[in-house]
Write a protein that binds this ligand. Sequence first.
Ligand code: FAD
Ligand code: NDP
Length: 313
Amino acid sequence: MENVVIIGSGPSGHTAAIYCARANLAPVMLEGLMAGGIAAGGQLTTTTEVENYPGFPDGISGPELMERMRAQSLRCGTRIITETVERLECSARPFRVIGDAGTVLEAKAVIIATGATARRMNLPGEERLWQRGISACAVCDGALPLFRNKVLVVVGGGDSAAEEALHLTKYSANVILMHRREELRASRVMQKRVLENSRIRVMWNTVPLEIVGDKFVDALRVQDVKTGVVSELPCGGLFYAIGHQPNTAFLNNQIQLDDIGYVLTAPGSTRTSLEGVFACGDVQDRRYRQAITAAGSGCMAALEVERFLDGGH
Ligand code: FAD
Ligand code: NDP
């Protein structure tokens, strides 16, 4: 019987592991094997430089940062199993965590740290030019020299798209918000900010069809969905803001989720609707979705597990 099983291996899972291990809880982590389409180590393994994680004044590559977190988890005493959890049985105690390669663990407490996957469009050219002018996180990547003073296109019409477009105006005076309809989904206040910003132009009723470029993004082939007319839009950056998909399918609705599928946690806590099951990081955060906030909530989850196992709440 394990004290605590951690599912997922991004910044939140590893921070939870480090704290649990240092509290002598002998945590076990199932780090996943291309779970949700992402390598063990999580979303940061899909990026180049991380410049906003404290402690690395010169920046650090995403994969290296995650390698270091993994090494720290191991050094503190975490047992890591490279397997994806396909099922969590939590109707009876102890909880049962079932991996897709035969591992079955019984646990007194479980931490869900499976993250969320940014949705992409998988357009022609996308695979080749990913991170060479295409990103799914303007806050993370917008400041890269690659995007400075270029025409930058944000696809989407929700609050994320509005926020990303506004953020990108720091780096370029020529930001295009491309939306497939003629009405934004974003909240009124965000709409107002976008529409009143002279650095942002909204392209209504338009979708990208193809990403054009040799080494970096040079243009988009786009279509006006009303007229069907296809044209080429020169630009130096494409940012997807078409929503995220939290990795919660394996929970089979045993824990309360919101309308999109994010795990619901009690305000200011990582407690879920089921006592003994905690959630941290992007899987329960549809708002901030940053490595440092994920790590912070991983720490909270570990401290709450410790208190739970001690009989407190
Ligand atoms: P994730 O990093 O999403 O990790 C979750 C892990 O759990 C994944 O490895 C996944 O495979 C695994 N998993 C999923 N399901 C299962 C399962 N059933 N069983 C086992 N394992 C499972 N943030 C910053 O602060 N700075 C940046 O510069 C930055 N750059 C980014 C660049 C890109 C391209 C992207 C996509 C995101 C970036 N972010 C950045 C955001 C940051 O990566 C996330 O906020 C952070 O990684 C979330 O951490 P997490 O621990 O919640 O989950
Ligand atoms: P949303 O689901 O709200 O918006 C996604 C947007 O992408 C929609 O406009 C949608 O178009 C568009 N879209 C989806 N799929 C495609 C596609 N295949 N091609 C073209 N466009 C597409 O996601 P967000 O990430 O924006 O927001 C998620 C939640 O987080 C919301 O509740 C939001 O309010 C919240 N949030 C709040 C913030 C804030 O308060 N500052 C900041 C960020 C997020 P359509 O409208 O036609 O469906």
